[in-house]
Design a protein around this ligand. Sequence first.
Ligand SMILES: Cc1cc2nc3c(=O)[nH]c(=O)nc-3n(C[C@H](O)[C@H](O)[C@H](O)COP(=O)(O)OP(=O)(O)OC[C@H]3O[C@@H](n4cnc5c(N)ncnc54)[C@H](O)[C@@H]3O)c2cc1C
Length: 482
Amino acid sequence: MRGVVWLRRDLRLQDQPALTAACAECDEVLLLFVFDEPLLRSRQFGSSCVTFMVSCLVELADTLAERGLSLQWRRGDQLEEVLRFVKTVKAEVVYWNRDYEPAAIQRDQQVQQALMTRGVAVHTFKDHVVFEAEEIRGATGNPLQRYSAYRARWWAKWQAASPPLLPSPLRQRYRRAGTVSPRVVLPTVEELGYQTVPLWIKPGEKEARRRLRWFLNGPIHRYVEGRNLPAIDGTSKLSPQFRFGTLSARTAVHAALGTLATDGVVSRRDVLTWIDELIWREFFQQVLSAFPQVASSPFRIKNGLPQPRRAGAKWNRLYTAWCEGRTGYPLVDAGMRQLNETGWMHNRVRMVVASFLIKDLRIDWQSGERYFMQQLVDGDLAANNGNWQWASATGTDSMPGYRVFNPLLQSRKFDPEGAYIRQYARELAAVPADRIHAPHLMTQDEQALAGCRIGRDYPAPIVDHQQARDEYLALGRHLVTR
Ligand SMILES: Cc1cc2nc3c(=O)[nH]c(=O)nc-3n(C[C@H](O)[C@H](O)[C@H](O)COP(=O)(O)OP(=O)(O)OC[C@H]3O[C@@H](n4cnc5c(N)ncnc54)[C@H](O)[C@@H]3O)c2cc1C
């Protein structure tokens, strides 16, 4: 029997349910990836994300070639291309791992229906998450809206039946082939209509596994504290790998728990806190899956939340300053510049810049969500939307509407020496630590000494935080303040 594995956000060979099933059931397995032309044209994603994806595919194609296999690729409409390919190669069965984005669910239903009417069997698998939305429900069978309740059930489920890992089916199956298949020439990032950007996080399955090992051998054991310090390499930086499925969440959870078996250096609290972040990832996947309307609208319209600022010249000026990292708040600016330069931003800083956009600048959260998607290397609808709705107090489980991050206090607390700020807001490089969080407070002499004139080299604050916060809370009529 000839089978096709349709790859999407599962660009790996290890612990790959669709591939494993195809190899077990078929005499011949073909792997297909379709570059989604309408999605590429939509510009929802940016060059970082596309560069990362292409690089993952190049690595995968090379690994397959070493085993005498080639990665087939097509470009166009996913439905049409999959049907055409299946017909051309006369496949009898198609395998894929499920995706939970509303548009992907609709597309997959169409593909499945069309294949089945042509007599082609379809087998789909859970892969992108450890537990799918339907597996974790509240007592009444409804989807859970609170992270803490979801987390408790997630752990109970893991303890009852942790899903096993699958070895790469290609290792045994194709070692005998002994032939090297010609390298597949994939389209370049430019051919796809984007620009190749230098990648700051190395892509691909091998690198994802290497980074996981490195992280589990060191930073995870200081994670509770380290995860909040943007100046250090204290988090896994695996988010783009999870996004494109070069590493499965199952593998990560098993490996992290595996460190608890070793003596000494391992801190249970740190390891479990890291796994909690993976559970946040699954929580937002289940929110999107259970409430697909969140993709385009707030989960809840809360009475009393201040209306965002109306479009106009002031909106444009404030939004542009935020995007460019020129707000006069060094932590916000360093974060936005890190995003623009590298396609990634530290989580603590993501929270600060999101709060600043929504509450200090009173710009609608969806503009921030869109900008993040276009810049992030790990841009993922569920995680991005979930976190923006969290920050704007419109989500299932949100930060309280009255809580406004103070960018100065956050900066002093989490980047006390200003090392992170100096890395990205380079005009502040010579500003001393006691001035770096609020450089506009420097005297003329201090500015001269630091080689940084406020208003010329670095902007004065575009809004006054205290005033903006008070206005926001005053506009939010029913927000309880503390
Ligand atoms: C406004 C905003 C937008 C965000 N947009 C995205 C996005 O588009 N894609 C994305 O993957 N993450 C997003 N996040 C979540 C988080 O910032 C990143 O997942 C994290 O910074 C990635 O770094 P890491 O891999 O080193 O994380 P680690 O600290 O090592 O955590 C491990 C993994 O857990 C997951 N994770 C961690 N924190 C969160 C979280 N808050 N929500 C969901 N999953 C989480 C990620 O998959 C991450 O790789 C966003 C957060 C905010 C506040």
